[in-house]
Design a protein around this ligand. Sequence first.
Ligand SMILES: Nc1nc2c(ncn2[C@@H]2O[C@H](COP(=O)(O)OP(=O)(O)O[C@H]3O[C@H](CO)[C@@H](O)[C@H](O)[C@@H]3O)[C@@H](O)[C@H]2O)c(=O)[nH]1
Length: 252
Amino acid sequence: MNEAIVVIPTYNEIENIEPLIRRIFSLPRYLHVLIVDDGSPDGTAVKVRELKQEFPERLHLKERHGKLGLGTAYIHGFQYALRNGYEYIFEMDADFSHNPEDLVRLYDACAVEGYDMAIGSRYVTGVNVVNWPMSRVLMSYFASVYVRTITSMPINDATAGFKCYHRRVLETIDLNHIRFIGYAFQIEMKFTAWKYGFKIKEVPIIFTDRTKGESKMSRGIFKEAIFGVMSMKLNSFFRKYNRPLETRKQES
Ligand SMILES: Nc1nc2c(ncn2[C@@H]2O[C@H](COP(=O)(O)OP(=O)(O)O[C@H]3O[C@H](CO)[C@@H](O)[C@H](O)[C@@H]3O)[C@@H](O)[C@H]2O)c(=O)[nH]1
C-alpha cells in the first residue's frame, strides 16, 4: 500500500507552488503530492508539469478545465488517493498559510496515535492566526462558533482546511454525497466524519496568511457556508451514519 499523499487544490498559485512542493519533499516523511489545478490562467499547472520531470514518482497532477471549486478538487483528489491505495491522505492550501512542517504532526496523530482524522486547528488555544485582517479573523472564528452551536459538533476550527485522514474515513463517507464546493466543504467533511463516530484530534497550529497571491474567498462562498450548515444539520436527521463493521472492528 502507498503510504501518504498530500492533496493540494490550486488556482493561481504560480508564486507558491514550487517552493511549497520542495519544502514538502524535504520533510522527514516520504510524502507524495497531488496538485489539482483548475486551469489557472497564471500557469500554475505548467510549473507543476516541469517539476514532475524532477520528481516523477512522488508528484502527481490533475488538470481540470475551469474553476470548479475547492470541494470538487478535493473529492477528485480523495478518489485518486483511494484508487491508488494511499493509507493517509492530507488536505492542504497551496499558499503557505499551513506550515509544511505541521504535516508531520498531523501524520503522527493518525499513524502513531491512531486517530482516524487529525485537524490542524487555529482555535484550540485561543486564536492562532497571523496577518489576517481583524474582520477575517472574526468571521472565521465566529463561523466556527456558529457551526458548533447549530450542529453540536465538538470541533473548535470548523472551517480548517489542513487535515490528515486515514483512508477508512474517506472509504466510509459517501464522497458522491458531499454537496458543498466552497469552504462549507470543510465543515461538511468534518461533520460527516464526526457523525460516523470517527476519532478526531485537533492539533494546534499557527495559521499565517499568505504573502504571495490572493485569497479566493467570495460572497457566494460565505453564503454557502452560512445556509449550508443549517441544511446539513436538517438533512442529518434523515440520514443513517452506520460505519461498515470492518472499520469498527479495526479500532477495538
Ligand atoms: N482547484 C481549485 N483550487 C482552489 C479553488 N479555490 C481555491 N482554491 C485553492 O484552495 C486553497 C485555499 O484557498 P484560499 O483562497 O487561499 O483560501 P483562504 O481564503 O486563505 O481560506 C482559508 O480559510 C478558509 C476559511 O477558514 C478555509 O476553509 C480554507 O481552507 C483556508 O484555510 C488554495 O490553495 C487555493 O489556490 C478552486 O476553485 N479550484
